[in-house]
Design a protein around this ligand. Structure first.
Ligand code: HEM
Length: 518
């Protein structure tokens, strides 16, 4: 039987190669344009074997150094263009947003597992537009401001948890981020982080991460394998299981809110807003369930990953931890915790948060946008179907915009001698439209919520605790997880309260404000 599978797959792949060869895009190149430069690769396979399965953005950066800010990869007939300049990314993905806002329909992640329901992977079209409208109404600036009390409450718990069990810092950050979006999405309060629906939701997050990571499934590289019947294609059976699992969870979460609405006991949350305005949004239950579900999954790992990179940055750059601590001591003092109202007076805190996302972008390789129509940009021809990777790793290392880019240097946001400085410092730096959140029409809709979380958490952590390298234990500069969103692998560091007064305030605040026990 396995030999039958191999022969069948071989025939299908060869047919694909021939079709690609005869009907490829090269025939359509206009006279005054040419394909962008790029590594030559092998016949037919192209650069397939040159792209590392993990941290591909590092290789893409070295290719950008060689071929320039726009280069092309042919990956077994798939056309990829990698952009390594913020200006070019904006020219294409934002200014020509009507052309560059789709997503490649990766067979495993988009089609088989998500059944074309997950907004993150939807092509640019009516269903995506309707889902995006729902997201926008729930996450725009004014709405995000009204969620601040939830972030304040969960940050109190985070500080308390970090002091009690500093070595569990990863789960504390995940719990914070998950609790904020679970509360906003469904009005549910996470008590321990071990509730079955939280475990299931985190499982869905990890499944998406794994399945959508480049190179995880052969069918994504060789889409012709989709023609295999299910009994010959184990990936189809796996995708059906994963879909069933997430669909059941998302439907259950929707139904719970609907039942609570029926007895007039549903708290304000995204799902309640969706159900109240469902006819106006024009989405079915399952479509709406995925929209709110996606907000949860896209908002949890990303925010937690950014906070882990913040801790890494503070351990490796103690000078900057000291600077934000001094700012907080001056503006806030011992008697209370920093709050959102303090933010205009805390430019160093905001600069550190922004520099963390520049130095260690969470979606380091960017989330690719697919081009829907042939296009020409500065003499480069891009055929329809090209996948444009705005490589954040390289964009954030452009020495014109970010001098000495490998150095963690928040000063670049605070001092007029740097190209990224903007006044007034009561407002800038901030995370609005920062390239770490993507570009154009697909820019992260959770940006305002993420900005509020990161500003508050950086301020509160630096106010309440001190992190440092443990004597004798080195912390690697770049030892990050593989995948779609990346975070530093667990590392050893020391964490202590900054003084007894603040420690007592952290403990009292959480004891007073925590939800009553069972
Ligand atoms: C530090 C935190 C975060 C980072 C760095 C981040 C980054 C990103 C990036 C780079 C994209 C792709 C943009 C593009 O295609 O150009 C994205 C998409 C998305 N993000 Fe975020 N994000 C964060 C937090 C959040 C939060 C808190 C939420 C929800 C509450 C969220 C919801 C989404 C959704 C739903 C999408 C898909 C949008 C679409 O395809 O139309 N994100 N994010």
């Amino acid at each position: 039987m396995p030999s039958l599978i191999v022969v069948g797959a071989g025939i299908i792949i060869c047919a694909g190669i021939l079709i690609h060869h005869f009907f490829g895009s090269k025939a359509r190149i206009p006279q005054d344009a040419k394909l962008p430069p790029g590594p030559p690769g092998l016949p037919v396979l192209g650069t397939l074997l040159d792209i590392p399965p993990q941290h591909s953005w590092l290789k893409f950066k070295s290719w950008a150094d060689q071929y320039g800010p726009i280069f092309r990869l042919d990956v077994f007939g798939r056309n990829i263009v990698v952009v390594s300049s913020e200006k070019i990314a904006n020219d294409l993905l934002r200014e020509r947003g009507n052309l560059y806002s789709s997503r490649e329909q990766l067979p495993m992640a988009a089609q088989l597992m998500s059944r074309n329901l997950r907004p993150l992977f939807l092509p640019y079209g009516e269903l995506w537009r309707r889902g995006r409208k729902v997201m926008h109404s729930m996450t725009m600036h004014a709405a995000a401001t009204s969620y601040r009390p939830v972030q304040v409450h969960e940050s109190e718990r985070l500080l308390y948890d970090l002091l009690k069990a500093p070595d569990k810092y990863e789960s504390a950050f995940e719990r914070y981020a998950g609790a904020v979006v679970m509360r906003l999405g469904y009005g549910k309060t996470i008590e321990t982080g071990d509730e079955p629906y939280v475990r299931d939701a985190l499982r869905v997050v990890r499944n998406v991460e794994r399945v959508a990571s480049p190179g995880s499934y052969l069918v994504d590289t060789f889409p012709v394998l989709m023609c295999l019947p299910t009994w010959l294609a184990p990936f189809k059976r796996e995708a059906a299981r994963l879909h069933q699992f997430e669909m059941a969870l998302f439907r259950q979460l929707l139904l719970e809110v609907r039942e609570r609405m029926n007895v007039k006991k549903a708290p304000d949350c995204f799902m309640r807003t969706f159900l109240e305005r469902q006819a106006e949004f024009g989405l079915s239950d399952d479509e709406g369930a995925y929209v709110v579900g996606t907000l949860f999954e896209a908002g949890t790992g990303t925010t937690a990953a950014a906070m882990m990179s913040f801790v890494l940055a503070m351990c490796l750059s103690p000078k900057w931890q000291k600077k934000i601590q001094q700012e907080l001591d001056r503006v806030v003092g011992d008697a209370r915790m920093p709050d959102f109202d303090d933010m205009p007076a805390l430019p160093t805190v905001r600069a550190v948060a922004k520099e963390v996302l520049r130095w260690r972008p969470v979606t380091a390789g960017g989330v690719p946008h697919e081009l829907v129509k042939d296009d020409v940009y500065e003499g480069h021809f891009f055929p329809a179907g090209t996948n444009v990777h705005a490589n954040q790793w390289a964009i954030h290392r452009d020495p014109e915009l970010y001098p000495d880019p490998e150095t963690f240097n928040p000063e670049r946001w605070l001092s007029p001698q740097y190209p990224t400085y903007r006044a007034p410092l009561s407002k800038f730096p901030n995370l609005q439209n920062f390239s770490a959140f993507g570009f154009g029409r697909r820019i992260c809709p959770g940006m305002n919520i993420a900005e509020n979380s990161l500003h508050l958490l950086v301020a509160r952590m630096a106010w309440g605790v001190h992190v440092s390298k443990r004597p004798g234990i080195e912390i690697p500069l770049y030892d990050y997880t593989a995948g779609f969103n990346v975070q530093p692998k667990p590392f050893v560091f020391d964490l202590r309260a900054r003084n007894e007064l603040r420690k007592a305030l952290i403990e009292q605040t959480w004891e007073n404000n925590k939800p009553p026990g069972p």
